[in-house]
Design a protein around this ligand. Structure first.
Ligand SMILES: Cc1ncc(COP(=O)(O)O)c(C=O)c1O
Length: 439
């Protein structure tokens, strides 16, 4: 039997595998703001990893911290035993978290953070004698990862429909806040749409508010193509949750750690949820890791009963892995020492200006932005939705040495938090050439 070829053996995530393997786009290395491809080209990374690598690739401080840690403590059992790096990282994250957040529970990804958060929400109500609160509310077009809980509260149709008979029960959804008739080409937050938060009141009336455990939303939806919340929407959701004793979960897997110009989107919007999920920027993408942050109130509810009893029957072999945590601690240091969140905040205005230069392009039906998250939505090619977007991604890679991401016909941008504006200018010139010439 002949040895398997490496690429044949690989089943790639969220990828058109057969199409990809006809002409693979392979990355060999990276440094700073560029990838180097297998064929030796330097590609500007306009997606900073997969929303992950805000301070750039292979940041020396993070690389060094990982190298040091792996040689000192590669792994330590995580149940009933702790390690210094995970404790240090939890303290660092809580230091920059919104007021009232007191504990961090570590996971290995955004999907795990979401399922952990949903379980914490259910456990919280149960611990307080409100075990009837079991219903979970998500939102259409929300993305909360791919595990069963997150997929069920999520609202991206292709991710759900193949599994529709097996989604978890007791889930409902708010409507999406995007409606091009009212929101297209908004600069930052759309003025229209705060009233859509009142969907939660309708669901309370339908199911009985006393049966609803939690609502989960991305403060700015990312994977559905960058959907900023309407002005006042998050405030309204918070009010309704408070009125009915429902927990509010912000899924900040993308928005945490500077992406919208503060440590957390909760701080940018001045709206404080009860639970926050994170991953990606926690380690600058260097080692897989996620964290669920909880408010003191949520944590205290669990810390009852006999002290020798496990309070939450949940956790992962790698929850608080020392090498991942070392990457996280180094990332937190870089964020602080290099003023990364402040840099990101200051870059939001020039980014918005360059992005909205596409507002009047004949092939563009919407442009959306918030912080350092942006999207250009192209009109679909008649009869072939998604074809234009994928073709644009491929041409950007092969012809323009540019990494962008498409979700169907929406091109999304997740620039580095410490970007050089001149790189954006060059990259948007390339984007214009591509959009001008694409069928
Ligand atoms: C808001 C949100 N939640 C959850 C996830 C899932 O994270 P992961 O792919 O690390 O499981 C993502 C990934 O993009 C995300 O954007």
């Amino acid at each position: 039997m002949s040895a398997a070829q490496p690429l044949d053996a690989l089943w790639m995530p969220f990828t058109a595998n057969r199409d990809f393997k006809k002409k693979p786009r392979m990355i060999q290395s990276a440094d700073g703001h560029h990838y180097v491809t297998n064929d030796g080209r330097r590609i500007y990374d306009f997606f900073s990893g997969l929303w992950t690598s805000g301070v750039g690739h292979c940041h020396p401080k993070i690389v060094e911290a990982v190298q040091r840690q792996v040689a000192e403590l590669d792994y330590a059992i995580t149940f009933q035993v702790g390690n210094n790096r995970s404790a240090e990282l939890a303290a660092r994250v809580i230091d920059i978290a919104p007021d009232g957040f007191t504990q961090c529970f570590f996971t290995n990804s955004g999907s795990e953070s979401v399922d952990t958060a949903l379980k914490i929400a259910l456990g919280y109500h149960r611990a307080r004698g409100e075990g009837h609160r079991t219903r979970l509310i998500g939102r259409e077009r929300g993305y909360h990862g791919v595990n069963f809980g997150g997929m069920s509260v999520g609202g991206m149709v292709p991710n759900r429909k193949a599994f529709s008979a097996n989604l978890i029960p007791g889930v409902d959804h708010l409507r999406t806040t995007i409606d091009l008739e009212h929101t297209a080409f908004s600069h930052g937050l759309p003025e229209w749409g705060a009233h859509l938060a009142d969907d939660l009141e309708r669901l309370c009336a339908l199911h009985g508010a006393e049966n609803i455990a939690a609502v989960i939303v991305e403060p700015v939806a990312g994977s559905a193509g960058v959907i900023p919340p309407p002005a006042g929407y998050l405030e309204r959701l918070r009010e309704i949750c408070d009125r009915h004793g429902i927990l509010l979960i912000f899924d900040e897997v993308i928005t945490a750690f500077g992406r919208v110009g503060k440590a957390f989107a909760a701080q940018k919007f001045g709206v404080t949820p009860d639970i926050i999920t994170t991953a990606k920027g926690l380690t600058n993408g260097v080692i897989p890791m996620g964290a669920v942050l909880v408010s003191g109130d949520v944590h205290t509810a669990f810390m009852q009963g006999p002290e020798a009893m496990i309070e939450l029957f949940h956790g992962y072999t790698y929850s608080g892995h020392p090498v991942a945590a070392a990457a996280g601690v180094a990332a937190m240091e870089v964020y602080r020492e290099e003023g990364i969140f402040e840099q990101a905040d200051a870059l939001a205005a020039p980014f918005a200006e360059l992005l909205h230069a596409f507002d009047n392009h004949e092939k563009v039906i919407d442009v959306r932005n918030f912080g350092l998250m942006g999207a250009i939505e192209l009109a679909p090619r008649p009869g072939a939705p998604g074809a234009r977007g994928l073709e644009l991604h491929k041409r950007a890679y092969w012809e323009e040495d540019l990494m962008i991401r498409n979700g169907m016909d929406t091109i999304a941008f997740s620039p580095f938090l410490n970007s050089d504006v001149a790189d954006w200018e060059r990259s948007f010139d390339k984007m214009r050439r591509l959009i001008d010439t694409i069928d």
